[in-house]
Design a protein around this ligand. Structure first.
Ligand code: HEM
Length: 369
């Protein structure tokens, strides 16, 4: 079971396969070559044969789905996501992505660290949604699927960032407490945020999700976790174990940090930029509070207060665990969120295809440590 001793050991674990590939490039001082390759991978459709042997070997090994991957469940999950894509988009941008900024034991710090390399916060948010669209697209995890290639690229990027952050002064002193940058515990936490936490958010917005759909959704994310190099001992069996695992990760990692406050502030500005109408902006902190919950929104993120009647009702919803009925209790907020979903997806697509997101580059100064 995922007890504290086991999770402590997972904090010290990176991703041997991808770390070795990145380590070789850094050791050989071939960072420009590495950046060129990350750029080509960024294009997603490059043929592995065109890559140097060490990378071709990585692409070959990491492209294999686990033996327990169930195509029927993968297809079911992708179909559900495609059917409700815009609503899942709202949940990702108002819950699953920002809630991770509460990870104050290295998580928020590494995001802030790379973010300072030039307004990268929004880029990560938009690239992460692009990633989810690629893996959730029907066939995205099939042979030659876009999702597999995007996941392989993200895994290499994480390894490059792990090497970069580990070398940073601020990290060295914190190694025992924070563990490795982008470590296995945090990777598992993000996998839960994108799966079981997202389903809770969709239910809180009134989407009916059957047990079979929920099981299929968790399954497809375990398959994605496998391609991302996440340790299989960290995959929850079912929905109940996923929920209790998430609770222990929140207990172990969530706290208020300067970096978390900066990231959530920028995230709200990003959402405001994505939404055309200034009137709408006022609803942003309310929907964030409704989906992320009062505790994280208040004590960890200091979100602007919502109206007294809304706050009182939300207290009752949370106290009596009525989140699933939230869509009946807050009809106005639900109408707003659903109306928002299409606008958000359109302006997000415009943002993504306007070339505003520059690919991540490993800083030239990085050397092996
Ligand atoms: C299931 C787990 C995860 C997924 C699916 C994921 C996905 C992504 C994606 C799609 C990107 C953008 C890639 C691009 O630029 O093209 C990204 C970048 C990044 N991720 Fe992750 N991520 C995960 C876990 C984590 C964790 C646990 C951390 C840190 C604790 C992390 C830190 C970062 C950082 C620092 C960047 C670079 C952002 C930048 O460009 O500045 N990721 N991730």
């Amino acid at each position: 079971m995922m007890d504290d001793a086991f999770l402590d050991s997972m904090r010290q674990a990176g991703d041997p396969l991808a770390d070795a590939v990145i380590g070789e490039y850094i050791g050989a001082g071939e960072i420009p070559e590495l950046n060129a390759l990350l750029g080509r991978l960024h294009a997603n459709l490059a043929d592995p044969a065109g890559f140097p042997p060490r990378l071709a070997a990585y692409l070959d090994e990491s492209s294999r789905l686990p033996s327990w991957a169930d195509p029927a469940r993968i297809e079911r999950a992708q179909r559900m996501f495609t059917l409700h894509g815009p609503l899942f988009g709202v949940v990702m941008l108002f819950k699953s992505l920002p809630i991770l900024y509460a990870g104050g034991k290295g998580g928020a710090q590494v995001l802030a660290m790379t973010g300072q390399l030039g307004n990268h916060y929004r880029r990560r948010a938009s690239e992460t949604l692009r990633f989810i669209l690629d893996v959730m697209e029907p066939g995205g995890l099939g042979p030659g699927g876009k999702g597999i290639r995007t996941a392989q690229k993200v895994r290499l990027m994480h390894a490059a960032i792990r090497a970069y952050a580990s070398a940073a002064e601020g990290w060295k002193g914190r190694l025992p407490a924070w563990g490795r940058p982008i470590n296995q515990e945090e990777l598992a936490g993000t996998l839960l945020a994108f799966s079981t936490v997202t389903l809770d958010g969709a239910k809180a917005l009134g989407l009916g999700i059957s047990g079979k759909d929920a099981d299929a959704y968790l399954h497809v994310w375990k398959v994605i976790g496998h391609i991302l190099g996440i340790d299989p001992r960290l995959y929850p069996e079912g929905a109940a174990q996923a929920k209790s695992f998430w609770k222990s990760l929140v207990r172990r990692n969530f706290c208020r940090t300067e970096q978390g406050l900066m990231l959530i502030k920028d995230h709200q500005d990003f959402l405001a930029d994505l939404l055309p109408d200034k009137l709408i902006d006022r609803g942003i902190p309310t929907l964030l509070r409704y989906l992320m919950g009062r505790k994280i929104s208040g004590s960890v993120f200091d979100l602007p207060k919502s109206s007294a009647p809304f706050t009182l009702l939300l207290c009752l919803v949370e106290f009596f665990h009525l989140q699933k009925l939230g869509y009946l209790i807050f009809p106005g907020l639900m109408r707003w969120a659903r109306g928002l979903s299409i606008t958000l997806m359109e302006s997000f697509q415009a943002y993504m295809y306007a070339g505003k997101s520059k690919p991540f580059r490993v800083p030239p100064g990085l050397t092996q440590h």
